[in-house]
Design a binder for this molecule. Structure first.
Ligand code: PFF
Length: 477
C-alpha cells in the first residue's frame, strides 16, 4: 500500500518491538513463574523455546507486516489475495485483534496495581512495615473495585494518549524517552540488589539447571511464557512490522529483540531474587511475588522507599510500552477500514477494552465466586479471559508459522527475507515443522485446565464467528 507510514529511523522498529516485548511478562510473570517452577530448569526450557520457536515466528510475523504494509487484518486479507491462498488465513488478523483486546483488558488492571505501589513506595507508607501489614495491604487493594478501577482507568487513558498522537509523535517519541530510562532504572535496581541483597543465592537459584526440578506443567508454562514475553501471535509485532524500513534485516532485528527481551528478564530476575533471598523471603509466592514479597524486602533496606518507588516506575513504563503495542493493531485497522481519525479509532478500542477490564476488576472482589462464569467454566471472569488468551496466543503463532512456511509463495518470502539460501532453508524448516510441533505441545498445557466441552465449543464458535464476520466485511468492502 503506497504512502503507508514508515518509522522515522531504521532502528525504530527494534525499539518498538523491544518496548512491546519487555513488560509485565518480564518483570512480574517471569520471576514468579521461575520461582514457582524451581529456577534454572525452567529458564533452560524458556530460553530454548525462544531460540528455536520464538525467533523464527518473530521473523515470520514481522515479515507479514512488512510485505503487506497494512494493519494485521487488512494485511492478511491483502496477502491471501496476492499469494492466491485460502481466505481462511485472514482469521490470523481477526484472532490477533481479539487477543490484543482481551490481553489489554486485564494487562491494564494489573499495571494499575503497579501504579498503586509506586505511590505507596514514594510516599514512604511501607517503610518498616511487617509481612502481615504488607500482605493485608495487597488484599485490601484487591478488595476495592473502586480503587482498582481508578488505577485501571488512569493507566489505559495514558496509553491511549500516546497511541492517539500517532506513530511518530506518540509512539516513537514516547519510546525514545521511555526505553533508555527503563534500562538505566533496571541497572540501578540490579546494583542496589547486589549491594543490599544476596546475589550469589539469586544466581545459583536462576542458573543451576536441574531438569528434575521441572514438572510437565512447568515445562509447558515455560513455553507459553516465551510466546507471551515476545508478544507473538497477537498482531502487535505485525502491526509494528508494517512500519519497518525495507532495508532493515528481519533476521538480525528479530535476534536482537529476543536477546534484549531475555536479558531484561534475567537481569530483573537476578535483581528481584537478590532482594528476596537477602531478606530471607520465599521464592514461590506466585503472582504476589512483586506486590507483596518485593515491597517487604524494600521495607527494611536503606533507601528502600526510594528505590522501591523507582522500581515500580520501571514496571509501569515497561507496561505502557507494551500496552501501546496492543492498541496499535486494532486502531490501525479501524483507521484503514472505516476511514476513522486515529483519535477516534484509539478511543473505540480503549473504551471497549476498559469496559472489558471491569470484569477483571470485579473478579478479585464482588464477583470472586458464585458467578455465571464459575458455574459455566469453573473459574472467575479474569481467569477465563486469561485462559482464552492462553489458547489464542499459541494458536495465532501456530497459524503464522504455517502461513509463512507453507501458504506463501516461497520465492517471494526468500526475497523479503533477503538472506542466503542456507539460512532461508533453516528458517523454513523451523517454521514448517519445529514451531508447529512445539506450539501443539503448548496446547497441552491448556487442555487439562479446560472443564468439559464448554470452553472448546465456545472457542470454536468464536473463531468461526470471527471468520464469518470477516467474510461479510470483505464482501461489503
Ligand atoms: N510481551 C509483553 C510482556 O512480556 O509483558 C506482553 C504482551 C504485549 C503480549 C503485547 C502481547 C502483546 F501483543
Amino acid at each position: 500500500m503506497s504512502g503507508h507510514n514508515v518509522w522515522t529511523h531504521k532502528g525504530t522498529f527494534l525499539l518498538a518491538a523491544v518496548g512491546s516485548a519487555v513488560g509485565l511478562g518480564n518483570l512480574w510473570r517471569f520471576p514468579y513463574l521461575t520461582g514457582e517452577n524451581g529456577g534454572g530448569a525452567f529458564i533452560l526450557i524458556y530460553a530454548l523455546t525462544i531460540f528455536a520457536v520464538g525467533i523464527p515466528i518473530l521473523i515470520a510475523e514481522t515479515m507479514l507486516g512488512r510485505t503487506s504494509r497494512q494493519s494485521p487484518i487488512m494485511g492478511m486479507r491483502h496477502l491471501t489475495k496476492t499469494h492466491k491462498t485460502s481466505r481462511a488465513w485472514e482469521s490470523i488478523g481477526w484472532l490477533g485483534a481479539a487477543s490484543a483486546f482481551l490481553i489489554l483488558s486485564f494487562y491494564s488492571v494489573i499495571a494499575g496495581w503497579a501504579l498503586h505501589y509506586t505511590w505507596l513506595m514514594l510516599t514512604g507508607s511501607l517503610v518498616g512495615a511487617d509481612a502481615a501489614t504488607i500482605s493485608a495491604g495487597f488484599d485490601a487493594l484487591l478488595a476495592s473495585p473502586g480503587l482498582m478501577t481508578l488505577y485501571h482507568t488512569l493507566f489505559i487513558a495514558f496509553s491511549a494518549l500516546i497511541v492517539g498522537m500517532g506513530i511518530h509523535k506518540g509512539i516513537e517519541s514516547g519510546l525514545r524517552i521511555m526505553m533508555p530510562a527503563l534500562f538505566v532504572i533496571l541497572i540501578v535496581v540490579l546494583i542496589y540488589g547486589v549491594i543490599n541483597g544476596d546475589v550469589r543465592a539469586a544466581a545459583s537459584f536462576l542458573f543451576t539447571f536441574n531438569i528434575a526440578d521441572l514438572s510437565l506443567e512447568g515445562w509447558l508454562q515455560a513455553m507459553g511464557q516465551s510466546f507471551f514475553t515476545l508478544s507473538l501471535g497477537m498482531g502487535a509485532i505485525m502491526a509494528y512490522g508494517a512500519y519497518i524500513s525495507s532495508e532493515a534485516s528481519l533476521t538480525r532485528t528479530a535476534i536482537a529483540v529476543a536477546f534484549v527481551d531475555t536479558a531484561v528478564a534475567m537481569v530483573a530476575g537476578l535483581a528481584i531474587f537478590s532482594l528476596v533471598f537477602g531478606a530471607g523471603l520465599e521464592t514461590g509466592q506466585g503472582p504476589g511475588l512483586m506486590f507483596v514479597t518485593l515491597p517487604l524486602a524494600f521495607a527494611d533496606m536503606p533507601f528502600g522507599a526510594l528505590v522501591g518507588g523507582v522500581f515500580f516506575i520501571l514496571v509501569l513504563g515497561a507496561a505502557i510500552s507494551s500496552s501501546i503495542s496492543l492498541i496499535e493493531p486494532v486502531a490501525a485497522f479501524l483507521v484503514e477500514r472505516f476511514d476513522m481519525t486515529r483519535p477516534q479509532a484509539v478511543t473505540i478500542m480503549v473504551v471497549a477494552a476498559w469496559a472489558m477490564g471491569l470484569l477483571t476488576v470485579v473478579s478479585f472482589n464482588i464477583w470472586a465466586e458464585g458467578t455465571l462464569f464459575h458455574a459455566l467454566f469453573g473459574r472467575s471472569a479474569f481467569e477465563f479471559i486469561e485462559l482464552l488468551t492462553n489458547i489464542f496466543m499459541p494458536l495465532g503463532g501456530l497459524m503464522i508459522a504455517l502461513f509463512a512456511g507453507w501458504a506463501l509463495t516461497q520465492n517471494e518470502v526468500m526475497k523479503e527475507l533477503g538472506t542466503n539460501i542456507t539460512w532461508f532453508k533453516t528458517w523454513r524448516f523451523l517454521v514448517r515443522f519445529v514451531g508447529p510441533a512445539a506450539v501443539s505441545f503448548v496446547f497441552l498445557r491448556t487442555i487439562p485446565q479446560v472443564e468439559g466441552y464448554v470452553v472448546p465449543t465456545l472457542g470454536a464458535l468464536l473463531i468461526v464467528g470471527v471468520f464469518a464476520l470477516s467474510q461479510r466485511l470483505r464482501k461489503s468492502a
